[in-house]
Structures are given as structure tokens and as C-alpha cells.
Design a protein around this ligand. Structure first.
Ligand code: GRF
Length: 217
């Protein structure tokens, strides 16, 4: 039996990246297991995905708390009660307080649908198309207090085709996200990627770090 890293996944909606992590965790040689799924929105599709997989879910509505800190403290308590040691943001649409981020420093990661540091924030695909970029992609990064700015763990490139709409680019990018996030979580759980101060330390990540980008799509 391998000793699996217990992961808390925070979501706000559809949960397709959560599903990719759930599917990865089904492999007996995968080094992580999902300890709990927390949503700040009740009744979302991602919660159903977790329930069907037999994972404990919690709804922590941000509207029920009168400060960001109180909301973040509630999430922190749920994560700790489930013995999670790593947290994956997967379409979680709330900005976490600096104190939460610092508490989970090096153990809190996010997936963003662009090749960071380009196109941080929302409406990524529309802005990528408007900018005329020919290559887009997705990034898994450590979370730091500044939005979408933490040290990058892994990226996958995705072409932007002439005639792409934000929706067509989003769905091509999402397919890459579903491969990239499980790959990045594996590296984290195996201790092959770690945050060292403000930079990422890599160990045994394949020849020339080849596991860290463009996994076969
Ligand atoms: C993904 O595109 C992810 O990169 C971004 O939010 C979206 C979430 O989609 N942070 P899903 O809920 O995982 O389907």
C-alpha cells in the first residue's frame, strides 16, 4: 500500500477538473487521494461528481460569513478536519485571504486556463483571441497572495485556430487541463516538485524536465 497524500479540492461549479483528479486517484499507483471537496456554492455539478465517487463534500457558502477571514477560517477548519495536507483549487471562484494563502504556503495550488504569466484573471479565452495569440494553454501554479502569480509547476500548450471562439478555445484548453492537473498533483504528491522560498524546486522530473510541460494531448 502506498501512503497517499490527502488532498482537499475547492470548487465553485462544474468540477470537470475535479473529475479529472477523481479519475486519476482511482489508479492504485496514484500517490494522492481526495480527502474532501468543498464548494462555496450549494448544489453545483462538482458536488454531485464528488458524491458519486463517495467523497465527503462540504458546502461553505461565502454569503453566510460577514468577513473574508471568517469564510476562509471555515474552509481551513474543514480541510484540517479531513486531514488534508495539500489543497487544489479547481474552478474555485473566491479570492482567498493572504492569511489563508500563507498558512497553506507551498501546499496550495491552482489551475489557470492560460500560459501564465500571460492572461491572468477572468475572460481569458476572449482576451487570448482578441490579442491574436496563436498559442494558448494552461498552467498549474502554487498560490501566492497576488492573483494567478505564484510559481509555475507545469504547463501545457494549446493551439489557437483561426475562427476559434472563446467557447471552442475553452473546450480545447479544458481537455489539456484535465491531463495537466493530475500530472502536476502526482509530481507534488511524490515530492518531486516543491516550493522552495519563492521558487519551485524540481527533482527527478524526467529528462530535461520533460514531464513538466505539454503532456501528450
Ligand atoms: C477551468 O478552466 C480552470 O482552469 C479555471 O476554472 C475552470 C474550472 O472548470 N480555474 P471546472 O469547474 O474544473 O470544469
Amino acid at each position: 500500500m502506498i501512503d497517499r497524500t490527502r488532498v482537499g479540492v475547492l470548487i465553485s461549479g462544474r468540477g470537470s477538473n475535479l473529475q479529472a483528479l477523481i479519475d486519476a486517484c482511482r489508479s492504485c499507483d496514484y500517490p494522492a487521494t481526495i480527502a474532501c471537496v468543498v464548494s462555496n456554492v450549494a448544489g453545483v455539478e462538482g458536488l454531485g461528481r464528488a458524491e458519486r465517487a463517495g467523497i465527503t463534500t462540504h458546502t461553505v457558502p461565502h454569503t453566510a460569513y460577514n468577513s473574508r477571514k471568517a469564510f476562509d477560517d471555515a474552509i481551513d477548519q474543514v480541510l484540517r478536519a479531513s486531514n488534508a495536507t495539500l489543497v487544489c483549487l479547481a474552478g474555485f471562484m473566491r479570492v482567498l485571504s493572504d492569511s489563508f494563502v500563507l498558512k497553506w504556503h507551498g501546499r496550495l495550488v491552482n489551475i489557470h486556463p492560460s500560459l501564465l504569466p500571460g492572461f491572468k484573471g477572468l475572460n481569458v479565452h476572449r482576451r487570448v483571441i482578441e490579442a491574436g495569440a496563436r498559442i494558448s494553454g494552461c498552467s498549474v501554479h502554487f498560490v501566492v497572495p497576488e492573483l494567478d502569480s505564484g510559481p509555475i509547476i507545469a504547463q501545457a500548450a494549446v493551439p489557437v485556430w483561426p475562427g476559434d471562439t472563446p467557447d471552442s478555445l475553452a473546450s480545447r484548453t479544458l481537455a489539456a487541463e484535465h491531463k495537466l492537473y493530475p500530472l502536476a498533483l502526482r509530481l507534488l504528491a511524490e515530492g518531486r516538485v516543491a516550493l522552495d522560498g519563492q521558487s519551485v524546486h524540481f527533482r527527478d522530473v524526467g529528462e530535461a524536465g520533460g514531464e513538466l510541460f505539454s503532456p501528450p494531448l
